[in-house]
Design a protein around this ligand. Sequence first.
Ligand SMILES: *Cc1c(COP(=O)(O)O)cnc(C)c1O
Length: 335
Amino acid sequence: MDLSRFPRESLAHLPTPLEPLERLSAALGGPEIWIKRDDCTGLSTGGNKARKLEFLMGEARAQAADLVVTMGGVQSNHARQTAAAAAKLGMGCHLVLENSIGDTTDLYLKNGNLLLDFLHGASWECHPTGGDLHSAFEGAVRKISETGIAVYAIPSGGSNETGALGYASAAAELVGQCDARGLKVDHVVHATGSAGTQAGLVSGLKAIGRPVPVLGISVKAARQEQKKGVLSLAQRMIARISANSSIDADVIEVDDGYVGDGYGLPTPAAIEAIDLFARLEGILLDPVYTGKAAAGLIGLIRRGRFKRGQRIVFLHTGGVPALFAYRDRFDVVSR
Ligand SMILES: *Cc1c(COP(=O)(O)O)cnc(C)c1O
């Protein structure tokens, strides 16, 4: 798999560490759990969007764009990392945001990721829940373009054939690290939302001929819908990065049992997972993505789906700033 023909900017600290979670593995009494620390990509506290943005911003620069526009929830990690990438490259950044959970507290609307968007100098517009955010996004791109500014539009989550290249590349990085340490991996588990991470991983693993199973824990969509989105992007990706190769529908594994009441609404299981990782491993998860993904991992271990003798890699996709916007979900008491 040769990705060198795609324009790329260096934005992430790579490779990210691959570490064993010894205390968590012992506490759960199941498989050996390892963690791939994509929360440590560096860019504005890190996260998975840094890998996608290396290729997206590479393309933006190749097209001589002055400003990038993207969209997402108020507490979007993708928006925050896009704002940081634009700042680093001396480009403008406009965010089309949606208050996805209808929380009108200052904590949610001014802290966490939004505070960081502000610090990185991005402009934004905030739309209420349930509107047509996509039309608002297209409207914003049109309006800014009409002023003569060269705009590069980035879809929600950076999940298209360009952004997902970041995770095709990550697949090769992970396999290289496992090979160097003699680790055979039975499954990779991570949070799946806008589908680029899973589609990139699956197509990258296929392209290098090392199809380790990847399970996406959905944070939003029902299983069939999520599978459809991941499969469609993975098929477009494999056509781009590997000749004579294809992705079958049955390699796209999605579990939607940990979404709870919806996107951005933490579940008791996610709060428990955040607690376990923080206390047993000194690792922070977030309430929107990685907390739910870890709840899925823990739930599947407790139900015997993943068991002793196996080795699982949990891909930590970042999201930590959102913790501060969800402070009121935790009963903070002195102990
Ligand atoms: C965006 C995001 C995800 C999901 O990745 P997708 O490529 O959108 O599926 C997972 N975790 C965090 C912290 C994210 O910000």
